[in-house]
Write a protein of this length. Structure first.
Length: 394
């Protein structure tokens, strides 16, 4: 856990304005939302480095609008203008750009880990939307932040909500964290129908507009498992005091219960622009006009349900991996990433995602995870495991 998440150490007002920002994953859903925020807050923040995975055309349009000093494209095989950084190393180059004080890491998957570590080693603030960074190597990441006086501030709406509810409280005052989940598109479906869900079915998220990978993770509830692991590392709360409840309206983003019995909840319309702005300005709040005014009457009722664990086994698999520690969370994350990619490509059924992940955990979860090298080896082994099982059944 980074203690600064309970007590801020460098308020935004102490930093000369505008503050340089590196945006990793600029053309994804989080990246696009971040640029909307940065555009409205031009007096406070300026993009100095931007990267994308492979969408060179979209990145070129963004570059023309914002004029960053550094531009990088991860997929080196994609045609791009001369002068751009190329290959996976461009993420680290952008994250360590000398003019960037804040790094928004919106990269999908474990690929975002090296850039997070590089930025933290330079004492920067990392606004983290790349939850896989903490899932794969949470102990290493949080230790790196502490050792270098860096700040790790969450962008996920659930963890941003927890951060806001904590509001400077002491760790010993926290009794329980309750993360909310929309339940995804299959919240009320029977197990047999869920197992046969199509790609189109799974990409119809009821409340959020997100990229394809995270949308599938929301449909399986794997995303909520990743968030539980992330919350454990961010806030130092044991797994037996982190719970998940289904909240279809996605208005309350998380609850924090304190030892005296008081419960605080953070509410807001389902827009990622809110937690992005807060990650940039934390612990301060600044005026912004990006989302509609909150209207509790128009929202109607708020409802809550228990998670149907039998129908959504990925949540339990992920939490069990987090409890096991070592390489198990890295295996869970990598196996899930590969299984989701295979599902999106049409090579695996929706029900097969959990099956492949469970098999990988059974065979590989006990691998060593005491260093970054061993964790990356477990990551690679899990991906190969899923590919091999699918090939055997083809």
């Amino acid at each position: 856990m980074t203690a600064s998440l309970f007590h801020a150490t460098s308020p935004a007002s102490d930093v000369p304005s505008p503050v340089g920002v590196a945006l990793l994953g600029a053309t994804g859903s989080i990246g696009k939302s971040a640029l909307k925020v940065l555009e409205r807050q031009r007096d406070r923040f300026v993009p100095v480095a931007m990267t994308a995975n492979g969408n060179a055309a979209a990145l070129a349009e963004q570059v023309a609008q914002f004029g960053p000093a550094y531009v990088g494209l991860v997929q080196g095989s994609v045609e791009a203008p001369s002068g751009w950084g190329r290959g996976p190393e461009c993420l680290v180059e952008a994250a360590t750009h000398p003019d960037a004080s804040i790094v928004i890491n919106a990269v999908v998957g474990a690929a975002g880990l090296p850039a997070t570590l590089a930025a933290l080693r330079q004492g920067k603030r990392v606004a983290l939307a790349n939850k896989e960074t903490l899932v794969v190597a949470g102990d290493i990441v949080t230790r790196t932040a502490r050792e270098h006086g860096a700040e790790l501030v969450p962008v996920d709406s659930e963890h941003s909500a927890i951060l806001q509810c904590l509001a400077g409280r002491q760790p010993h005052e926290v009794k329980r964290l309750i993360l909310t989940a929309s339940g995804g598109p299959f919240r009320t479906w029977p197990a047999e129908r869920i197992a046969q869900a199509t790609r189109a079915d799974a990409l119809k998220h009821p409340t959020w507009q997100m990229g394809s990978k995270i949308t599938i993770d929301s449909a399986t509830l794997a995303n909520k498992a990743l968030e539980v692991i992330e919350a454990h590392h961010l806030f130092g709360v044991p797994y037996d005091r982190i719970e998940v409840v289904v909240h279809p309206q996605s208005i309350i983003h998380s609850f924090v219960e304190f030892v005296d019995g008081s419960v605080l909840a953070q509410m807001g319309v389902p827009s990622m622009e809110l937690p992005i702005l807060y990650a940039l300005t934390w612990p301060e709040r600044v005026a912004d006009t990006g989302v509609p005014s909150f209207d509790p009457v128009a929202l109607g009722g708020l409802t809550f349900e228990h998670v149907r664990h039998e129908q959504f086994p990925m949540l339990g698999l992920g939490i069990s991996a987090g409890r096991a520690g070592g390489a198990a969370p890295a295996v869970f994350n990598a196996a899930n990433e590969e299984a989701v990619a295979q599902f999106l490509a049409g090579a695996l059924s929706f029900g097969g995602i959990a099956e492949r992940v469970a098999e990988a955990l059974q065979d590989l979860a006990g691998a060593p995870g005491d260093s970054l090298e061993t964790l990356l080896a477990a990551d690679a082994a899990a991906r190969d495991h899923v590919k091999s099982r699918i090939a055997q059944e083809a």
